[in-house]
Design a protein around this ligand. Structure first.
Ligand code: ATR
Length: 275
């Protein structure tokens, strides 16, 4: 069988996903291709209806369509349902099933690199309260953290996000100033905004002067590899987790949904580090 995969979004030309998924196809010895499917916003409905009758095996969906795809789906995973956004679609007999592997991808990557964070009772600071943060927050709530704080420029948006929390994990919405002040309370800090992405690579959402030694700082921005936040984290004795980890692990989980086979992310992570 020839696997027909792809990424739907606008724009998508600079995506690294074809490279990642080609690697996974080769790893399993499968024949297939991962296509970039760029759809202009005013063509979205017509193009999606056309694709619905195509022979796609599965696809990823990215900005600005992670929510807009939902009415075209025949089913959704409980995670995607709770998050209200989809990044992966599995196609079976022209029925489409939506999943969201973004947040779980990040958490899976963190578990591999920093298992000590998941032994129970650790505290988390989430920076940002947008779409990316929502998926990560949902995945964090499935773990045994004692507290998850959300800091955002617009604190009301962080407060809205707290409503996803149906668990006994303590939560609070705070400002960036308060996050800087209370930084020593946290074992894990996750940066989920686009701040720091090149060419704006000198900026960061908060300063890390009060970072506790060995706190893990994870940044979802992967361009540049060393964001301003990660450089500062390292300078203050923190442990760093680079943005490409989430990129590769969300792809790994998507690929595993399409093939029902497991793939190894490690060779790709090593290649990425060298590039
Ligand atoms: P995404 O889906 O990529 O998360 P989004 O839903 O637009 O995008 O969310 C963007 C996030 O980045 C938000 O937390 C946003 O803060 P606000 O809710 O206050 O808008 C944050 N963000 C974007 N630009 C920012 C900036 N210059 N400084 C601080 N936060 C910023």
């Amino acid at each position: 069988m020839i696997m027909k995969l792809g990424l739907i979004g606008f724009p998508v030309q600079h995506s690294k996903s074809p490279w990642i998924h080609q690697h996974f196809l080769d790893q399993l010895g499968l024949t297939g291709r991962y296509h970039l499917i760029e759809i202009e916003p005013d063509q979205f409905v017509a193009e999606i209806n056309r694709l619905k009758t195509s022979d796609l095996t599965g696809f990823n969906i990215t900005i600005p369509y992670k929510e807009k795809i939902i009415p075209f789906l025949d089913g959704m995973s409980p995670e995607a349902e709770a998050i209200g956004a989809v990044n992966t679609v599995v196609c079976q007999n022209q029925k489409w099933y939506g999943h969201n592997t973004d947040g779980l991808g990040l958490i899976t990557a963190l578990k591999v690199q920093f298992p000590d964070l998941f032994t129970g009772g650790k505290t988390v600071l989430l920076l940002g309260a947008g779409g990316a943060s929502r998926g990560i927050y949902h995945a964090l709530l499935q773990e045994n953290f004692s507290e998850i704080m959300i800091a955002n420029r617009t604190v009301e948006r962080a407060q809205m996000l707290l409503k996803l929390n149906q668990t006994s994990i303590k939560g609070e919405a705070i400002s960036f100033a308060e996050a800087e002040e209370r930084l020593a309370e946290f074992d894990l800090v996750i940066q989920t905004t686009s701040v720091g992405m090149s060419p704006d690579s000198d900026s960061r959402v908060i300063d890390l002067d009060r970072l506790k030694k060995d706190t893990v700082v994870s940044d979802i921005v992967y361009q540049p590899f060393w964001t301003s936040l990660l450089k500062e984290a390292k300078a203050h004795g923190g442990r760093v987790h680079h943005g490409h980890e989430m990129l590769i692990y969300q792809a790994k989980l998507a690929f595993e949904l399409w093939t029902q086979q497991s793939v190894d992310a490690k060779p790709l992570l090593e290649r990425f580090n060298q590039d």
